[in-house]
Design a protein around this ligand. Structure first.
Ligand SMILES: Cc1cc2nc3c(=O)[nH]c(=O)nc-3n(C[C@H](O)[C@H](O)[C@H](O)COP(=O)(O)OP(=O)(O)OC[C@H]3O[C@@H](n4cnc5c(N)ncnc54)[C@H](O)[C@@H]3O)c2cc1C
Ligand code: SF4
Ligand code: SF4
Length: 1024
């Protein structure tokens, strides 16, 4: 096996960069890496895994770039451009990499702007303008603009990931484009480097000079010469993003690009997909934040009627209509199946509609907008659909419903099996009068090819998204071409635009000529020649594009192979195939995956980039701290996919999975399960890490640290006898540093304190097995290793609370006592010791089954332990018994919240006294992943007068043993500082509740505050 390349090629390592890169790639790559490392401050990522992670975007394509460059500054970009020009290496600029047509896929040097080149250079509230660097993400810009009462209104669904540079590249369009237009309507200027290295300041043509003027003159001459062709061939719809904007000199869009009809040369760059210039900065036209919004959700009995109604709805509102968005039945059903979205979508439905339209009005006040909703209701009455509108006037439910709509595409992608909804005709735009006929005809086309489409999105502007389900590994490519050809005929018939939102890329490049004809296509080539004569910028895109169905460019080409793998966990639920029409999946284990379902689970990642987010939710803490593609759920899934398919050059296929390249990518995954809940396709990286570690450790062996962590439940009873001795590590100066050298635990951390007296060696009085089985109000308490050995007070408090509430409480014990406590296997899983975890889990299952069989709740205190019973234990081959237990396994707060809702906790409530201070809650990641945070809030509200406040935090960064490890200390603290620790510090007098033992430790280390388990708080509040 070749040694892995350095993580990042630093300036110091520049001298070696040539050798290491040239050895594994080629000479040019070696020289390029060496020069970038020597002449810039940026990160130079040339390892096979890094290149593989940047070989794809949210499209079906994959092409290995020569390397990746992550500039720190705009100057770095210019330096990289100069080096590439010198060496004749093509460049592929990239933002969030969320393009759907392969715009960021190419053989050259990928330049990733999103990590560092993302400053807001200026904001002028008076003129409502801002100048930004291209790597800034839309949501981040809008968060900064909020204080001025302004926003940038091109609200793409990927607003949490999409960069302004990428949005400009694609001429992106938001849900509210009917009111605000596309990118081209909202950009006032652009500073760009052409491939010759000239910095052009593009803005008003009238006042331009020098090379910018010359460019304008060149394009103007082309436009004038081609006036008849432009008139004839140019789609007249607003949603046309294909080709270059030659029409700046001959306006064709139904919405003019500028308010006064003048020509702005920056608009030439919008939608040019990185093929004409590299953006240095963009000047944006901002809008006033709408003060009030109301939403009418119209429920339709048939899809056709929804489509037909759109043309009438857009005429109402007198300028206040800001969106008309479609969600069809399939999407409704998928949302109903998703625990995060189901409660929200239900609020929008009247019965079982075939489709709903989300109709939004915005204005100065709600009062002003209410009549618009009334008018919508009247219109529906006129269209013979009285009573079909759900009115949403409050902000929170509207926001929640928009989140579901925005996640629409991703929800659709959660289909298991090789057939996936494929994006290639998903944004054709047709005039509204033809929308119903167009969607009807295209549905027929899908049927003809044995597929079906799910429709959603921008009904207001005739751009409905639809993706037929195709299996690209089998007959997908020819079917894709056949459907594309029929769809294009429909677009022509209805006088629409083939590329209406997502750009051209590799997928639609060949349709540019089809759409505009040979003369205009020639003019596009002339524009490209003028700006990029060396053909350095994204060659083979827009001009001379490849065939869309060239399978050599695809991520899953026919013949795609996966290595055979004997998995430790049971992944058969993913090893299925689906029916493209019914979407029904075959039986578990029947999908033909040589990796027994693991590869197919990994392949669920469709690269949409939803994990690149910093807002609410947990996913993905390591990316939030590092902003590295490698430390992102998507980067990890791609690395695993490349390994499982033998695509990491320099490694034998069978060595790939257990390689350092994969280890590096998964190292900072804290196993928080944030992705399990937040990833729309359900990529569960925490579980994948367990599987990976099993293979990795089997090959490389376990370290002392691994053994100390994993085998804790085995030696804890013995170790507690030597508590004073073991605790000296944190008392005697120098011992911690020494132990760091020996064990790898950070000297900057104290370790959990051992105790001689534990919950297990001095158990309190409680009900016996027989008593609990016969009791009227029974409950079984499962005490984990951490609460049992290190924090007995939590276990005692839980027992006290349950008994005070009148429950006959039994503490679960082993059937055959052996001096050790029951264990869920969590610590073993964290170390990749899956076989040992299975033994522990099997023992637990056999001890708990009699209670679960009788429907008795099994209550736990440590989220990562108790929730193992509802998660990993189900994929350990423990059969129906594990399923039965999982149905009855509850966190203490889930149990109490359930009982309170059933009126069973009146006695307990009467005993609780008011809290002495405000209460702050930090939810453990696994609680968040399993929706177990709101029950804690419910339980805390049982305390008289309590108004608990939830900290909007991702992972605390400790994550079991992760933060204790010396190699992870820094990143662990960075994760904690993202939001948790600042929130705790902000309220010095608050009671901080955190149920996770490692969360409490992190809060103590980072904020010097004692957080407590909810059980302890409840016990403290018991009177008398
Ligand atoms: C689930 C999902 C939903 C989507 N919804 C929408 C939607 O509602 N509306 C919409 O319009 N699109 C949508 N898209 C497509 C995509 O998210 C948008 O086009 C987005 O604006 C791309 O931003 P990005 O930062 O990811 O750009 P990237 O994909 O990284 O790049 C886009 C293009 O810009 C070029 N580029 C990037 N930076 C520069 C630079 N500095 N200089 C020159 N060229 C550059 C790239 O080469 C590429 O051609 C969606 C995609 C997905 C996966
Ligand atoms: S891991 Fe999930 S959220 Fe991230 S890119 Fe893949 S599918 Fe999208
Ligand atoms: S488990 Fe957590 S850290 Fe790991 S990839 Fe998922 S969200 Fe990121």
């Amino acid at each position: 096996m070749n040694a892995p390349l350095p993580l990042k090629i630093s300036r110091q390592a520049a001298a070696q960069a040539y050798d290491s890169v040239a050895r594994i790639s080629n000479e040019v790559a070696g020289k390029l890496a060496a020069r970038l490392a020597a002449e810039t401050q940026g990160e130079v990522l040339f390892s096979p895994a890094d290149r593989g992670r940047y070989a794809t975007d949210a499209s079906i394509y994959q092409v290995m770039p020569v390397g990746v460059f992550v500039p720190r500054t705009a100057d770095d970009v210019k330096a990289a451009l100069d080096i590439c020009r010198d060496m004749q290496v093509p460049i592929v600029p990239r933002g969030g990499g969320t393009s759907q047509c392969g715009q960021t896929v190419g053989t050259g040097l990928v330049i990733d702007y999103a990590k560092h080149v993302r400053s807001i250079l200026a904001v002028n509230p008076e003129t409502r303008t801002a100048e930004v660097e291209p790597g800034i993400v839309l949501d981040h810009l809008n968060a900064a603009l909020k204080k001025h009462g302004l926003w940038y209104p091109v609200d793409v669904s990927t607003s949490a990931q999409a960069t302004l540079g990428g949005m400009a590249g694609n001429n992106s369009c938001g849900s509210r484009s009917i009111a605000y237009g596309n990118m081209v309507h909202n950009v006032l200027g652009a500073k760009v480097w052409t491939s010759s290295g000239d910095l052009l300041d593009l803005g008003a043509y009238g006042s331009s000079s020098g090379k910018a003027r010359a460019l304008g003159n060149h394009v103007r001459a082309l436009a004038e010469e081609l006036h008849p062709a432009i008139k004839k061939r140019w789609p007249k719809v607003m949603r046309r993003v294909g080709g270059y904007n030659l029409d700046i000199f001959d306006p064709q869009s139904e919405r003019p690009y500028t308010a006064d009809g003048s020509v702005n040369l920056a608009h030439l760059l919008i939608g040019s997909e990185g093929t004409l210039a590299l953006t240095r900065s963009l000047t944006l036209q901002l809008s006033e934040l709408p003060k009030a919004k109301v939403l009418g959700v119209v429920n339709f009995p048939t899809f056709y009627r929804a489509m037909d109604a759109a043309q009438h709805i857009v005429k109402i509102g007198e300028g206040s209509l800001t969106a008309v968005e479609l969600v069809d039945r399939t999407m409704i059903d998928l949302s109903l199946q998703n625990p995060a979205f189901a409660p929200t979508i239900r609020t929008a439905l009247i019965g079982e509609p075939a489709a709903i339209l989300l109709v939004e009005f915005s204005g100065a006040s709600k009062a002003e907008l209410l009549p618009k909703l009334k008018r919508l209701g009247e219109l529906m009455g006129d269209l013979l659909l009285p009573g079909s509108v759900v009115e949403m006037t409050e902000d929170a439910p509207q926001k929640n419903l928009w989140e579901v709509r925005k996640a629409g595409l991703n929800i659709m992608m959660s289909l298991k099996g090789d057939g996936k909804p494929v994006s290639f005709i998903e944004d054709c735009a047709v005039p509204l009068v033809h929308l119903a006929a167009y969607t009807d005809a295209l549905t027929e086309v899908f049927r003809k090819y044995g597929s079906k489409g799910t429709w959603y999105a921008h009904a207001s502007v005739g751009t409905l998204h639809v993706r037929p389900i195709l299996d690209m590994r089998r007959e997908g490519a020819p079917k894709m071409r056949a459907i594309a050809e029929e769809a294009s005929e429909l677009v022509r018939k209805f006088k629409g635009a083939y590329s209406g939102e997502h750009g051209d890329g590799l997928c639609r490049g060949e349709w540019i000529k089809w759409q505009f004809g040979p003369e205009i296509n020639q003019a596009f080539a002339a524009i490209k020649q003028h700006m990029d004569p060396a053909g350095l910028l994204c060659p083979g895109r827009m001009i001379n594009p490849p065939k869309m169905d060239d399978t050599r460019l695809m991520r899953f080409p026919p013949g795609y192979k996966v290595i055979p793998l004997k998995t430790a966990l049971d992944w058969r639920a993913w090893d299925v195939q689906n029916d493209p029409v019914t979407e029904l999946t075959s039986a578990s284990g029947s999908g033909g995956d040589p990796a027994n379902g693991f590869a197919k689970a990994v392949e669920m990642c469709n690269n949409n980039g939803h994990c690149r987010k910093f807002d609410a939710g947990t996913m993905c803490p390591s990316y939030r701290a590092t902003r590295d593609e490698k430390h992102l759920t998507r980067g990890r899934a791609n690395t695993l996919r490349l390994a499982l398919s033998g695509q990491l050059p320099g490694l034998k296929a069978e060595d790939s999975l257990a390689s350092e390249a994969v280890h590096e990518a998964l190292d900072l995954c804290v196993g928080c399960k944030g992705c399990k809940r937040d990833c729309p396709t359900g990529v569960d990286m925490a579980k994948m890490k367990v599987e990976f570690l099993h293979h990795y450790k089997a090959k490389h062996g376990y370290t002392l640290k691994d053994k100390l962590v994993s085998r804790l439940p085995e030696y804890a009873a013995l170790a507690s006898r030597f508590a004073p001795l073991l605790n000296l590590r944190d008392r005697i100066p120098g011992l911690a540093a020494l132990s760091e050298k020996v064990t790898g635990f950070s000297a900057r951390r104290s370790l959990p304190k051992w105790r001689r007296k534990t919950f297990f060696n001095t158990p309190p009085a409680c009900a016996t097995r027989e008593e609990v089985l016969a009791a009227a109000k029974p409950v079984v308490l499962f005490i984990d290793t951490f609460n049992g050995y290190f924090e007995s007070e939590n276990a005692l408090a839980a027992l006290q609370v349950l008994q005070a509430a009148g429950y006959t409480t039994h503490i679960a014990t082993k059937k055959k006592p052996d001096g050790q406590a029951l264990c869920c296997g969590r610590t073993y899983l964290a170390g990749g010791m899956v076989q040992e975890a299975k033994l522990k889990a099997a023992e637990l299952v056999s001890a708990l089954l009699p209670f679960a069989d009788k429907g008795i709740a099994i209550v736990g205190l440590e989220p990562s332990c108790l929730l193992t019973l509802r998660d990993e234990m189900l994929v350990m081959g423990l059969g129906e018994a594990a399923q039965t237990i999982s149905r009855h396994a509850l966190m203490l707060e889930e149990f109490l919240a359930r009982e309170a809702a059933a009126g069973q906790l009146e006695a307990l409530k009467a005993k609780l006294k008011p809290a002495a201070a405000p209460i702050l809650l930090h939810g453990h990641c696994h609680q968040k992943a399993f929706g177990a945070v709101s029950p804690i809030m419910d339980v805390l509200r049982l305390i008289p007068g309590a108004k608990p406040e939830l900290i909007e935090s991702s992972c605390c960064g400790m994550a079991g043993s992760f933060g204790y490890e010396a190699s992870h200390y820094e990143v662990s603290m960075q994760m904690a500082e993202l939001s948790l620790l600042p929130a705790v510090r902000k309220q010095p007098g608050a009671i901080v509740v955190a149920d996770g033992t490692s969360c409490r430790h992190q809060i103590r280390d980072g904020a010097q505050r004692e957080a407590i388990h909810v059980a302890v708080l409840l016990a403290r509040q018991l009177q008398g």
